[in-house]
Structures are given as C-alpha cells and as structure tokens.
Ligand binder design. Structure first.
Ligand SMILES: *Cc1c(COP(=O)(O)O)cnc(C)c1O
Length: 402
C-alpha cells in the first residue's frame, strides 16, 4: 500500500447506520490515527486526548515499544491455546505478580476478570455453603451477568432481570452497613479501590482497611477491581499499594496491554488453587499477542520512570486546579489520584465534553456532575498544560452559562 487512504467520517458513519448495532452513543467523528496523547480524525482534525481509549491507552496511542512488540510477536505466534505453555504468558505473569503478589489468570476484558474473581470466591466458599458477594453503590464491574449484577447501579439493570442471585449492595464508607450485610453465606467483598465510572470516588481513610478487617474476621475474600486503577494509573503499580491494603484477589484490564484486549486476575498463592483445573477457562486468554503487548507496556512504564512522572504530574494538576477552584464556585470537589482526575461540579458535567471537543480536547463526563480525565501516563507537561488550559476555559464558560 503506497498511500494510506481512508473514508471520510460521513462515509464511515453511513456504514455504521447500515450495519452496526446502535448500542453506543458515539461522537460524529471517525478516528484514523493516533500518536501519544494526540489523535486525528478522518477529516484531518487533531485532538489532544485527556481520556485516551477510555483509560485503555495508558501510554497513549500506538506507543512505539508496544507496536514493535506486537509486530515481532505477530510474525512468530499470534495465538496458542492454553493446552500449551508459552514464554510470553509466563513472563507477563511474572511481571505482574512480582509487582503485586500471587499467581495470574488471563482473560480478555475487565468483565471477564471480575467473572473469574466471582467464580473463585464462590469456589473458595463452596465447602461451607458460602456464595454471597457484597459490592458497592456507584461501583462499576462490567456488563456480563455476574459483573453486571455486581455493578450496583439500577440504570444498567433495567429490563435485564432476573439478575444473578447472591449479591448485596452496600454504601461506600459505611463499614457498619457492610458488617450488617455479612452472614454465614457470604464469600467475598468486591470493590474498586477508587471508583472510576462512579466519578473518581476515593474511599475515606480507613475504609478499605476496615473491609480488610471484616474479611479477615469472617473468612471472606477481599477482591479489588483494579481494571481502571491498575498498571500505574495511580502512580503505584496498583491502587492497593497506595492504600496500603492488600486484597486477596486483584482484577485488571483496560491499560494492562497498552490498548490490546487483555484482562487478568491475580490471586494470593494460598487461594490460587481454588480455581481448580476444569472450573474456568478463556480461549483467547493469555494469547501471545496480548502478552507481548502487556510486557512491552509494563517494561515501558518502568524504563521511562512513569510511576514517578505520574505522581509529579498529579501534584502539578492538583495545584493548578486548586487555584482555579478558588475562582470558580461550580467546582465542588477535586478528586485526584495519579492520572485519574475527577472534577465534581455543582452543575451537570455533560456539556463539558462537546465544549472541550470544539477546542480540540477530548475528555469524559461521568456520574452526572463529574468531569473525568484519564490522561496517558506519559503525557508531557506541555500537553498537560495545553489540555488544562482548555479544561479551565470550558469550566469558565460553563460557570457563565449557569
Ligand atoms: C471498564 C471497567 C470494567 C469493565 O471492563 P470491560 O473490559 O469493559 O469488560 C470493570 N471494572 C472497572 C473498574 C472498569 O473501569
């Protein structure tokens, strides 16, 4: 192929109108190319993306080391079923476990990682008749039936019942409430150490430790859903390390393989055997391509010192936005942990998305009033400044309109 040709956005949208199920709300733009935190649409417009790939593009678009690893791996082996051993899976498991704990199971998405965790917790509790799981309001765990039931948000359940049996919902930061929901049939507690879709909600000090204590007291597995917070997003490899509360099970996906579909569950050694042979599997899980991409992603984060960069940039963002907050009373609260930024407003946050896009910046609105940014870990200070300038001007516009 000598020149790269592509359809304009309008033609691509026509294909979708004719052939793609309209279950997503999409911006009327087709994206064709990206590089770091920049992305271009089919009509040549450039955007600075503060929310690249919904958090999956943790090193931005097409990071060179990941592209190279994928190209080299694709030429050797793309997929090998789990009836064989592959070096890539062993090495990526080693990478993740030596930076957290235990042993890994690989799958292809966040929902699947959480399904594996729910099954593991039930298998662990099965000899004592334990099967119930406690999860949290405003949480998000995925769209398959187990993960969906774990997601305590009625809007995602509408019309899909009956859901899976055995789930109970608690309010975050209410330890007594959680304790009241535990009974002889409870097998585990599952929580995001920072709620992502729920609006970058960081639990109060002591809450996660309180859950740890309850789990220890009652023999429950503590499951942290780090699908969004994992892989360096918070400035530590995993959010449990920042919170200093070690779970029994850790689930991850999104940024895990730099934008290639990949999910994983990490389980403490003493519980790893609960997922006994034959009880769970994933055909594509741990495929060589995703494993090579994941390893290249992790090694890049380490080689480029990105965990420290994240912490520095987060402090800088906090300082800049705090100064703005003084002048803009529509900013109710800033919630920042590494490259996970929630700006909670006193007004609906939805209009921020379109206004920022008009100015060439991509961001996200979630949980009614929250502007959410999940910048790439390797975003430059210059890009960050440029992006924050636009965020601030959008918030100023919104304050004037309100
Ligand atoms: C995105 C997300 C999921 C679901 O991941 P999928 O890959 O879409 O299945 C689960 N948990 C959390 C915390 C997420 O942010």
């Amino acid at each position: 192929m000598s020149t790269l040709t592509h359809l304009d956005s309008k033609s691509t949208i026509e294909l979708f109108d004719d052939y793609v199920i309209p279950n997503y709300t999409r911006y009327p733009v087709s994206l064709v190319r990206g590089e770091g935190s920049r992305v271009w649409d089919a009509d040549g417009r450039e955007y600075l993306d503060l929310f690249p790939g919904w958090g999956c593009n943790i090193l931005g678009y097409s990071p060179p080391a990941v592209v190279q690893a994928i190209q080299e791996q694709a030429a050797k082996l793309i997929h090998v079923p789990n009836t064989w051993y592959t070096e890539q899976q062993g090495r990526f498991a080693e990478f993740l476990c030596t930076r957290s704990f235990g042993k890994a199971f690989f799958c292809n998405s966040g929902a699947e990682a959480n399904e594996a965790a729910i099954k593991l917790a039930r298998l662990h509790g099965s000899s004592e008749g334990r099967f119930r799981m406690i999860t949290f309001e405003k949480g998000f765990h995925g769209r398959t039936f187990g993960a969906l039931t774990a997601t305590a948000q009625p809007k995602y359940h509408d019309g899909l019942g009956p859901l899976m049996a055995g789930f109970r919902y608690a309010a975050m930061n209410d330890l007594e409430g959680v304790a009241e929901l535990i009974d002889d049939e409870t097998c585990g507690i599952m929580i995001e150490p920072i709620q992502g879709e729920g609006g970058v909600r960081i639990p109060e000090d002591g809450f996660l430790q309180g859950l740890r204590n309850l789990c220890d007291e009652h023999g429950l597995l503590l499951i942290f859903d780090e699908v969004q917070t994992g892989m360096g997003r918070t400035g530590e490899w995993f959010a449990w390390q920042a919170a200093e509360v070690k779970p029994d099970v850790l689930t991850m996906a999104k940024g895990l393989a730099g934008g290639v579909a990949c999910g994983a569950m990490i389980v403490r050694d003493e519980f790893a055997g609960d997922l006994r042979p034959g009880m769970h599997a994933s055909t594509f899980g741990g495929n060589s391509l995703a494993m090579a991409a994941g390893l290249a992603t992790g090694e890049t984060i380490e080689r480029e010192g990105l965990l420290d960069a994240v912490t520095d940039n987060a402090a800088y963002i906090h300082e800049r936005l705090q100064a703005v907050q003084q002048e803009l009373p529509i900013i109710k609260e800033l919630r920042i942990c590494g490259m996970m930024i929630g700006i909670d407003l006193t007004i609906p946050s939805g209009p921020a998305v379109g206004k920022a896009m008009e100015k060439g910046v991509l961001l996200n609105a979630t949980s009614d009033t929250v502007v959410r940014l999940l910048p790439a870990l390797n975003i430059s200070r210059e890009e960050l400044d440029q992006g924050l300038d636009v965020v601030v001007s959008v918030l100023q516009d919104m304050a004037e309109d309100s």
